[in-house]
Design a protein around this ligand. Sequence first.
Ligand code: AMP
Ligand code: TRP
Length: 329
Amino acid sequence: MKKLVSGIKPTGELTLGSYIGAVKQYIELQKEYDSYFFVADLHAITKYQDPKELREKTKKIVALYLACGLDPKQATIYLQSENPYHSHLSWILSCNTYLGELNRMTQYKDQKIKDSNLSVGFYTYPVLMAADIVIYDAEYVPVGEDQVQHVELARDIVQRFNKRYGNKLIMPESIVPKIGARIKDLQEPTKKMSKSDGECKGSILLLDDEKIVRKKVMSAITDSDNLVKYDVKNKPGISNLITIYSSLSNLSIKEVETEFIDKNYGEFKTAVADKIVEVLKPIQDKYYEYINSDMIDEVLDQGIKKVTVIAQKKCELIAKAVGLGRQKC
Ligand code: AMP
Ligand code: TRP
């Protein structure tokens, strides 16, 4: 069975963007692949996190994973920081990564302008991500568009490593949803919907209640055409809402345009809000059932036990290939 790995940083509340771009894919893919889903808490601390809040957010993501439909019988769910081999391998891979490659990462370039005190960990973040992937021999990595460049870097590292040390690493490939790989902010529809936006008027959080969802959707920025037509360049706001509706109802963009051909923006926005509420309600009900249950620890205990064995074996093989330790090649 082919392997797949992905993770999400516990830096804030999960948004509808992370759901459509990543988690929704996980649910489908876990049926077909040997799947590994983790909470990327080591990635979260590349920027300062309040320790107590980080622990709470980490637990929340696991509860949301389960509430969205990740099934511990089908997929392995664990915390990145509980498996020390991720960081161990990250060091070895960082010695096979060039400064120039990290300098070219868009996420780093964007943040460098905004934050003059970026950590070294933030800079080497994509190398740890490569380690997260290759440590399980994953062939596929389901992510939203913003993470594709990091997977591409992982591919370059794999290619270089395999050339230097023999074919030890599996080449990963990203899986990006056809619709919804980059859900936009409802207030600034040229920007990515993101969980770290303070006030969050433009982001729908998976735990937002019905009233808030409706308010955010109804006040989403659109244009004055009153025509439900997909045109990212000239109508980014309405195109974003079409994308959200299309993904959540599993309809094509064309089908959504046809459904709303003679409807005005008010009617369309109401339908989008109805759809979001319909999808979020069962997720929220399950979330509140799981968040204080023993299930979270049980799932994580089971997950970490399994992945540590796999990761240790892979790390030993790699260390040996590189010439580390006392064993002969
Ligand atoms: P993050 O929540 O930033 O850790 O991202 C978790 C996953 O969700 C990654 O695979 C991202 O690419 C994806 N993702 C986050 N925000 C969005 C968005 N606005 N649209 C589509 N995918 C997203
Ligand atoms: N960097 C990813 C994000 O911010 C999270 C992540 C860490 C990840 N390691 C990964 C995703 C490995 C896929 C595979 O969303």
